[in-house]
Write a protein that binds this ligand. Structure first.
Ligand code: DAH
Length: 354
């Protein structure tokens, strides 16, 4: 029996040394360790052995089988590891000189200005409202005291859809009527003032140049309550603009005409670059035109369901229409409005909120 085992061991060692892949490994297992393999053959030999030797030989065979199994497992491990390493080398070939790290995206400058304004207005108790880009003639014009064929429509030529009476809103004022109707009931029932801002994309049929675009952003705001006056308007505008520019700003109002406000104003701020003495940024006037505004026209409040015919001044309010695009140009010193819609990352990825 000893000789048999010796012989088999020698054969096994030789074959094991030759094993180079999974197939030859499996062949070896079938040859020696499977049910029909050589070790099982040894067990059969055991039957021929005299009884008194059976136990001893049996143990010998078991120990031998264990030894072979251990050697076999070790070789299998080794092979697997080699294969893994080879796979890693094949799949992980990369160029170490390539720049690492993903470039980080950045917010569009108009988004930055919009969010900053939203935060400021929210801190002053305003709701931020969303509104459609496609509106009807009533909301964009008539509810704002701009009847059909009114000359004020000329300045707001926009894009009309083939669906009748549908157009792309030419100003954020188009949301005023809906917002008055939304918050009017709370104002009347519980005396909660209406305070809302509504940023949005606006469209106009414009000839495009460095300061005109057919697509731009505005942020409209309204406040309605009892006894709201121009003083409230000035206070909110001045507080908001001081926050935006990070320093105290001086404002002034000039008369301006917009059919949906009475009186209507152009609000200017004292030039932040020259302090009012005159420079190229303010065209030597010392002032920068920033935001049209005014006291909401009684008709607009009536159409919005706030006041009745009998008492058209029960509630009063102010409205303003900030040009977000223009504000972003001023804040970030962007000289050409076309940069905003250009998709040019060299320009657009430079801005960070303060
Ligand atoms: N909607 C006007 C425009 O785009 C701007 C405007 C003027 C808005 C006066 C207002 C306002 O709320 O009171 O030309």
């Amino acid at each position: 029996m000893n000789e048999l085992i010796e012989k088999l061991k020698k054969q096994f060692d030789e074959k094991l040394a030759e094993v180079s892949d999974e197939n030859s490994l499996e062949k070896l297992r079938l040859d020696f360790l499977s049910k029909k393999g050589q070790i099982s053959g040894l067990m059969k030999e055991l039957a021929k052995v005299p009884n008194e030797k059976k136990k001893e030989y049996g143990q010998m065979i078991n120990t031998f089988k264990q030894e072979l199994t251990e050697q076999f497992d070790a070789r299998r491990e080794e092979l697997l590891k080699k294969q893994e390493e080879l796979l890693i080398r094949m799949t992980e070939s990369y160029d170490e000189s390539l720049p690492t790290g993903n470039p980080c995206g950045s917010y569009h400058p108009i988004t930055l200005v919009q969010r900053e304004l939203e935060d400021i207005f929210e801190s002053m108790g305003f709701n931020v409202e969303d509104y459609n880009e496609i509106v009807d003639d009533y909301h964009c014009f008539e509810a704002l005291n701009i009847p059909k064929f009114h000359p004020a429509r000329d300045m707001q030529d926009t894009y009309y859809l083939t669906t009748p009476n549908q157009l792309l809103k030419s100003h954020t004022s188009a949301a005023q009527n809906a917002i008055l109707k939304k918050y009017g009931p709370a104002l009347k029932e519980s005396g909660r003032p209406i305070r809302a801002v509504f940023p949005g994309r606006c469209f106009r049929n414009e000839a495009i140049d460095a300061s005109h675009e057919n697509t731009f952003f505005q942020m409209e705001g309204i406040m309605v309550d009892k006894d709201i006056s121009v003083s409230n308007l000035i206070y909110f505008m001045k507080t908001m603009l001081s926050e935006v520019f990070g320093r105290e700003v001086t404002v002034r109002l000039r008369p301006g005409f917009f059919p949906f406000v009475e009186p209507g104003f152009e609000l200017d701020i004292k030039c932040l670059i020259c302090g009012g003495s005159g420079c190229s940024s303010c065209k030597n006037s010392g002032w920068l035109e920033l935001c049209p505004c005014g006291m909401i026209h009684p008709n607009v409040l009536k159409y919005g369901g706030i006041n009745t015919e009998e008492d058209p001044y029960e509630y009063t309010g102010f409205a303003f229409g900030l040009g977000l695009t223009r504000l972003a140009m001023m804040k970030y010193g962007v000289g050409d409005i076309r940069a905003f819609n250009s998709g040019d990352l060299n320009v657009l990825s430079q801005f960070v909120s303060r």
